[in-house]
Design a protein around this ligand. Structure first.
Ligand code: PBG
Length: 335
């Protein structure tokens, strides 16, 4: 455009389109909808208990009966989907409750489905909540230092996904960051007749301090070391594109970036590289806890900030958001 045609002040005034609230509505680029949200829920063993999670106000570890009630409340509020995390009664070295037909997740799935819920039920496919050492797979110390054995873990990941599918999961979401996990799970599902069951891959999952409250909630903190040998280095953005490319090649149907708020650039670059693949972002426990805590102290306006955070995650390129605010947002948006 020649310079004399470049729009400039005073012929151009950006404030014109901000003068009227209805005009602002018309020109708004990003819309947060209840339909975009997935509510994470924690299910525990036991009878008729609902234990508050101190670092996540408003969130609970629920026994199966409470979970079923919560699911029907979410459904009536218009929340389309949940993702389930389980806290088993017994943990062991290989997380066997995770693929036990009578494990906590399997019991929860059957209860939700037999109550007639139409809501979409996604399951987190991982081992950290089920192992006594708190890592996301089987440990070996082949090289003198204990670490998660990638290929041994693939076998039980496939078993876990198949077991969730058999109990009624609608989508499986592997979060362990093992190399080859999508391919192994796809193969397991296909060879058991679940070729139509979608995989939502936690493709770009970072070794983040923002998972702190979740590890209290799910009782899943690693008992030694940390997760840096399998989760991504927070300093790396381009590497996310390699992770995502591999997962797509192995058969991932949907992708996820996690956490969300400090990784908006990663969300944007994954969406730009793969505009045709549905992209989720996980507004994780630490992000929720910070907003809740500041809100409870009266330092920020919780509702306004939560909506602003979630809108920014969509603006960055996410098609859907896993968030502990799902139920609140459903209420706020319908007020
Ligand atoms: C692993 C898993 C984690 C979260 C979701 N899936 C924890 C971890 O990797 O340590 C964290 C979610 C959150 O912080 O809200 N099963």
């Amino acid at each position: 455009m020649p310079d004399n045609q470049t729009p400039k002040f005073p012929s151009t005034r950006m404030r014109r389109l901000r003068t009227h609230p209805k005009l602002r509505d018309l020109v708004r680029e990003t819309h947060l909808r209840i339909d975009d949200l997935i509510a994470p829920l924690f299910v525990r063993h036991g009878n008729d208990q609902q234990l508050p999670i101190p670092s996540m106000p408003g969130q609970y570890q629920m026994t199966v009966g409470h979970l079923v009630n919560e699911v029907s409340e979410l459904e009536s509020l218009g929340v389309p989907a949940i993702i389930l995390f389980g806290i088993p009664e017994h943990k062991d070295g290989i997380g066997s409750d995770a693929y036990d037909d009578n494990g906590i997740i399997q019991q929860a799935l059957r209860a939700i489905k037999s109550a007639g819920s139409q809501l979409l039920v996604i399951t987190d496919v991982c081992f950290c909540e089920f192992t006594d050492h708190g890592h996301c797979g089987i440990i070996n110390d082949k090289h003198g230092v204990p670490d998660v054995d990638n290929d041994a873990t693939l076998e039980i990941l496939a078993k876990e996904a198949v077991s969730h599918a058999q109990a009624g999961a609608d989508v499986v979401a592997p979060s362990g960051m093992m190399d080859g996990m999508i391919g192994a799970i796809r193969q397991g599902l296909d060879s058991n007749g679940f070729e139509n069951l979608p995989i939502l891959s936690y493709a770009a999952k970072y070794a983040s301090g923002f998972y702190g409250p979740f590890r209290d909630a799910a009782d899943s903190a690693p008992q030694f070391g940390d997760r840096r040998t399998y989760q991504m280095d927070p300093a790396n953005g381009n590497e996310a594109l390699r992770e995502v490319g591999l997962d797509l090649a192995e058969g991932a149907d949907m992708l996820m970036v996690k956490p969300a708020m400090s990784y908006l650039d990663v969300i944007r670059s994954v969406k730009t590289a793969h505009p045709d693949v549905p992209l989720a972002a996980y507004n994780v426990s630490g992000e929720y806890a910070m907003v809740k805590a500041a809100g409870q102290n009266g330092w920020i306006d919780e509702q306004r900030i939560a909506l602003e955070v979630l809108t920014s995650i969509k603006r960055a390129g996410a098609d859907m958001i896993l968030t502990y605010f799902a139920k609140d947002v459903a209420r706020w948006l319908s007020d």
